[in-house]
Design a protein around this ligand. Sequence first.
Ligand SMILES: Nc1ncnc2c1ncn2[C@@H]1O[C@H](COP(=O)(O)OP(=O)(O)OP(=O)(O)O)[C@@H](O)[C@H]1O
Ligand SMILES: [Mg+2]
Length: 286
Amino acid sequence: MGEKMSEIINIENVTKKYGDFIAVDKLNLNIKKGSFIGLLGPNGAGKTTLISILIGLLKPSDGKVFIMGQEMSRNNVFLKKQIGIVPQHINLDKDLTVKENLILAAKLFRIKGKEREIQIEKLLDYMDLKKVENRISRNLSGGMKRKLMIAKALIHDPEILFLDEPTVGVDLNARRKIWDTLKVMKNMGKTIILTTHYIEEAEHLCEKIALMDKGRIFYNDTSENLKSSLGKYTVEYFDEHKITKYKYFKNIEDAKIFSSSIEENFILREVSLEDVFYNFTNRKVT
Ligand SMILES: Nc1ncnc2c1ncn2[C@@H]1O[C@H](COP(=O)(O)OP(=O)(O)OP(=O)(O)O)[C@@H](O)[C@H]1O
Ligand SMILES: [Mg+2]
């Protein structure tokens, strides 16, 4: 019961079908309040579909999503106020300025007057967008667009943040800024769900990483546990067809013995989360 209390999101047996195609397959996941979850999976795994269901944009074909104990649906106005959304694709009004985009976002949540002004100034300042506040958003760089999308998502100070590949095409500095913002949110006790194809992003930010493929979550664990499930050391080498192969070992002695049997060049290194992901997405499933 105490366990249940600390859970802010309960995904119960959620399925989403597009015709005969199953994009999300009887998925169950409980997310604790204040946690930072990374959703990792190959293209088409169902990440965006799942997020769309969680934010009430898509109705599941079966199953239910509860947020703060209430069932999520398109019409749940209370829950819509609790969540901030950074979608995979740019959701800015291209013809409006940076500041006008934020004003519009504030209006949707009925944030008015002085409060709106203060909140917008705070976000412009924090996301380094003050100097471009009057620029038409179609003319922003990719990194600025992504930062503005984050500012938009934070306008109503939501309790839960959903970010679907928030740093795609963003340079190192803007990415670090976005990471810092998310760390600050985490420290404020917000719950964060992030999808990404940048493994180092998930590793850097997320306490738990859920590996998703074919509409299901196969593993949900800390980066450390995911890595140690594979081993501690990786030997990377060319096979006879010049294709890179990876072999994983629990201890360095075995890794060295194996390496010494390889005629081609090899690399012996520690297991990375990328190894886990590669192994996961290339495993043979029947
Ligand atoms: N409206 C739709 N109609 C039919 N199929 C769809 C629809 N939306 C998504 N799909 C399919 O569902 C699967 C999951 O798509 P989804 O966008 O959720 O994947 P994803 O994990 O977010 O992928 P990516 O990493 O490329 O963003 C894909 O095979 C996709 O083609
Ligand atoms: Mg997606």
